[in-house]
Ligand binder design. Structure first.
Ligand SMILES: [Mg+2]
Length: 427
């Protein structure tokens, strides 16, 4: 008995939204000016808070400047896989003009080969940030396609379920509502940064304390510091909030301050507050630094940013070897499938994207109308193949279209690549 034939990839398409601010999409920062994530309910400290001109709102410094990227990968039987990330039009350019050549014509099962070629070929301008986000969207589209071709959910492709149901906490401006909705915990943004001085620190403590009083002593309540603090400030803040039951302090330093994270860990020996980071970290090389130094208790890769599922499963395995918990940032179904598959990913994040954090709405805005929503503190996945969501393309455009002939030429280059004829030691 031989294996059944498998389709090859015919075409890669990179799409973005027509104008930012239209439908939010995969860029969770592209929200209304008065949205809670843009300081509509309370201030939110950011790395730009040190510049007074940009301290009032997050959109004032262009946190949403790039918008969404949507990648479609189409097999020659017409099946289409979808992946998303941020990066907008610049990311579309990278996917169409560069990454597509490593995907068109390939067997969709060869995800390791394609990831390796995309990453190595973009080393001279990539390694972190936008190019790896673009690779992520292509990789996620491949896994979605693979699931659809095999008629299985992605978690099943990754090894099956490691848990019957996935609990979920909420990042929100209204932890009281999150508690009522059954979430297993909540996380609020840190309002003030070091440039607001001692008064700002006192106001941060007061802000946390007020929410603690509203949700009661037993509801896990964490603080997201979005890269805004310094080593001494983060140390003082964690100590000040420990008596009020701070569950974890998240991303308190800029992501390149690896030594700073280690220093805060040292400063807080014996403190009950858990330390977390990783939302803006990329690939196994970046996460290795966080894991080896044991500077945090929890890593928080964004599956649509760090390199997609192919890279995320490596990072999850590395984290398991250091007994570090993985709680991915946002990324909805792209996280949930990974989390169902691996036992060291015990709880999911749901970022409440509603204007005033008082309703449950899809994380990816209008991109996937059938995106599963949390219910009673759990995320349950529908019985659908791939990532199980349907792309709504109404507001999407393809800024760098390529002809079918171009795709075919690239596909042929892969399909007809020469096979090795002479065996040799490959290192
Ligand atoms: Mg965060």
């Amino acid at each position: 008995m031989s294996c059944k034939p498998f389709p090859k990839i015919k075409c890669v398409r990179a799409l973005c939204q027509q104008g930012v601010g239209s439908d939010q999409g995969a860029d969770c920062h592209d929200v209304a000016d008065t949205h809670w994530l843009n300081c509509g309910l309370a201030p939110v400290a950011t790395p730009m808070s040190v510049h007074a001109q940009y301290s009032q709102t997050r959109k004032s410094w262009g946190i949403n400047a790039l918008g969404s990227l949507v990648v479609e990968v189409e097999a020659d039987d017409g099946t289409v896989g979808v992946g998303v990330t941020i990066g907008g039009e610049p990311a579309c350019y990278i996917v169409e003009k560069h990454l597509s050549r490593f995907v068109e014509g390939q067997d969709p099962r060869d995800v390791e080969l394609m990831w390796d070629q995309m990453f190595r070929a973009s080393l001279n301008y990539g390694r972190k940030g936008l190019p790896v986000q673009a690779i992520s969207a292509v990789d996620l589209a491949l896994w979605d396609l693979l699931g659809k071709l095999r008629g299985e959910p992605v978690y099943a492709l990754l090894g099956g379920k490691s848990k019957d149901r996935l609990p979920v906490y909420s990042t929100t401006g209204r932890p009281d509502i999150a508690k009522q909705l059954g979430f297993v915990g909540a996380k609020i943004p840190c309002p003030y940064g070091p440039s607001d001085g001692d008064e700002g620190l006192r106001k941060n403590v007061q802000f946390y304390k007020e929410w603690r009083e509203k949700v009661g002593p037993d509801f896990p309540l964490s603080l997201d510091c979005y890269m805004a603090l310094t080593v001494p400030y983060a140390t003082r803040l964690a100590r000040a909030l420990e008596p009020h039951g701070l569950k974890w302090m998240e991303e308190f330093l800029p992501p390149d301050c690896y030594d700073g994270y280690k220093q805060v860990r040292e400063n807080l020996r014996g403190c009950d507050v858990l330390l977390t980071t990783g939302e803006h970290e990329y690939t196994r090389y970046g996460f290795r630094q966080l894991l080896e130094s044991r500077c945090v208790d929890i890593i928080q890769p964004d599956i649509t940013w760090l390199g997609g599922i192919t890279e995320a499963r490596r990072v999850v395995a590395m984290a398991a070897a250091t007994d570090t918990i993985v709680i991915p940032h946002g990324s909805s179904v792209y996280s949930y499938h990974l989390q169902y598959a691996f036992s060291n990913c015990p709880v999911a994040e749901y970022i409440n994207m509603s204007h005033s954090a008082d309703q449950l709405v899809p994380y990816f805005g209008g991109l996937f109308p059938d995106e599963p929503l949390p219910k009673g503190g759990f995320i349950d996945l529908p019985d659908r193949p791939g990532f199980g969501v349907t792309l709504k393309k109404d507001n999407l455009t393809r800024p760098y279209p390529r002809t079918d002939e171009e795709s075919k030429r690239q596909a042929d280059a892969n399909i007809k690549r020469p096979m090795p004829q002479t065996a040799k030691m490959p290192f």
